[in-house]
Ligand binder design. Structure first.
Ligand code: SF4
Length: 221
């Protein structure tokens, strides 16, 4: 599937995001998947300690598991995924370690601060399919949050910021929870991936009218 050139607006958005320093408790600068023009948006929770160093989301163990899921059930490689799916997150900076040893859960204020970036991305990209990874991300769209076995393997029609889309939740692939590795989580995760694979927006995620693919007129030389 071909990548499409980003619009100028999307490039500006990514540059502005990279410069954001709104949250003083965050322990890294923002991590972005880049200005990928797509009808499909993946929303993670927040980067871990490795992602800022590697300069991309889902760059370490959780990413390895998630991209293995996509390869095995959806048939897409990590490389193709990264250039045909827009990757967002509830918070774009590494929150630091929490008191229990894992990564700190971002505060309500930090989540609110960062939601302005996501709102702008919905306005720019108008995603038709949104894949939320992990309960923090799913909880931004589904309230109250039911148990995972009532969420995973289902598609939810959703509206946010005046925009309609289909939401498919995935469990978090970090390995902290065995849920995706044991039944019924294993089968439900596979069902969720099949819903993504068979969704019309997935198959046409980089299909845009040619003149809309560029931020400059086609005849500008
Ligand atoms: S978490 Fe989001 S809002 Fe806060 S500094 Fe990082 S990019 Fe900015």
């Amino acid at each position: 599937m071909p990548e499409v050139p980003p619009t100028a607006e999307l490039q500006h958005h990514i540059q502005a995001l990279a410069a954001c320093r709104k949250c003083p408790q965050m322990r890294s600068t923002p991590v972005s998947g880049g200005p990928v023009r797509s009808k499909v948006m993946l929303i993670g929770q927040a980067p871990g300690v490795r992602e800022p160093l590697m300069g991309r989301p889902f760059a370490w163990t959780a990413g390895k598991t998630m991209f293995k899921w996509f390869w095995e059930t959806v048939g897409i490689s990590e490389a193709e995924f990264r250039v045909t799916v827009y990757m967002a997150a509830v918070c774009r900076c590494f929150p630091g370690r929490g008191s229990q040893g894992g990564d700190r859960v971002p505060s309500r204020q930090e989540i609110e601060n960062c939601s302005t970036w996501m709102q702008a991305e919905f306005a720019l990209l108008k995603p038709e399919l949104v894949i939320c990874v992990g309960r923090l991300a799913i909880g931004r769209f589904v309230e109250p949050l039911p148990p995972l076995h009532d969420l995973i393997g289902k598609l939810f029609p959703a509206v946010r910021w005046g925009h309609r889309f289909d939401l498919v939740p995935l469990p978090h692939p970090s390995g902290a929870s065995p849920w995706p590795r044991i039944e019924p989580g294993k089968s439900l995760t596979r069902t969720a991936l099949e819903l993504i694979r068979d969704h019309p927006a997935w198959r046409s995620r980089t299909d845009f009218p040619r003149q809309e693919s560029h931020g400059i007129p086609a005849d500008s030389g």
